[in-house]
Design a protein around this ligand. Sequence first.
Ligand SMILES: Nc1ncnc2c1ncn2[C@@H]1O[C@H](COP(=O)(O)OP(=O)(O)O)[C@@H](O)[C@H]1O
Ligand SMILES: [Mg+2]
Length: 237
Amino acid sequence: MLLEVRDLDVVYGHTHAVRSLSLQVDRGEIVTVLGANGAGKTSLLKALQGTVRPQRGEVRFQGSPVLRQSAAWRVAHGLAMVPEGRQIFVSLTVHENLLMGAYTRRDDPAREIEAIYERFPNLARRRDMPASVLSGGEQQMLAIGRALLSKPVLMMLDEPSLGLSPLLVQALFALLRDLHRDGLSILLVEQNTHMALATAHRAYVLELGRLVLEGDARSLASDPRMTAAYLGSTKRS
Ligand SMILES: Nc1ncnc2c1ncn2[C@@H]1O[C@H](COP(=O)(O)OP(=O)(O)O)[C@@H](O)[C@H]1O
Ligand SMILES: [Mg+2]
């Protein structure tokens, strides 16, 4: 088991964002977490990343408990996050953004950054330009490239397809499949249910912080409860 989450609760004041949530990611899996706005998806990822302190629960990554560890420790131990909205530094150059992603590395990151440029030629061509000139799709590539520089074992992505054109969404999911083929395990939060279920091995569906469905992605894609649960929670938000 690569990642094990048990009985996780995230609470903000009067909002119970994540309720007694348990889930797992095995090595080599793509697992997706689905749910409407406000379902608790980002809160879950932030708790795993270490930027939100859960009220209760246990998280083990590669066998080690992580909830008492800093966010930096988690990155250094192979848990990387591509946050919602990309959160790149628009006034820094593409190259400077990538250097920020390499900050946990003790070795010289130059060769690793070149490998990122080989994977993303659009970034290479714009390496000395401010990140603000990048298109939405390129900014998402930069955010993913930056996360890759920490040499992750598990990459968590928070709604990476948000705001991308259908063509770029296809390219993004193709990239995730490539990264998976190269050995990366992936925990993917999405509202694009169709693409996420077509790409992932397993899925969890959250509704108002609670796990309402889980299973094999292929069978959930054609499960009538899936549509009911998902559309039901969309209507309420
Ligand atoms: N920093 C915060 N302070 C207070 N409430 C929050 C905060 N972040 C999220 N929430 C609330 O927690 C719930 C879950 O939010 P979130 O985890 O962002 O869901 P999702 O990512 O699925 O849209 C929502 O009701 C949201 O309004
Ligand atoms: Mg969110």
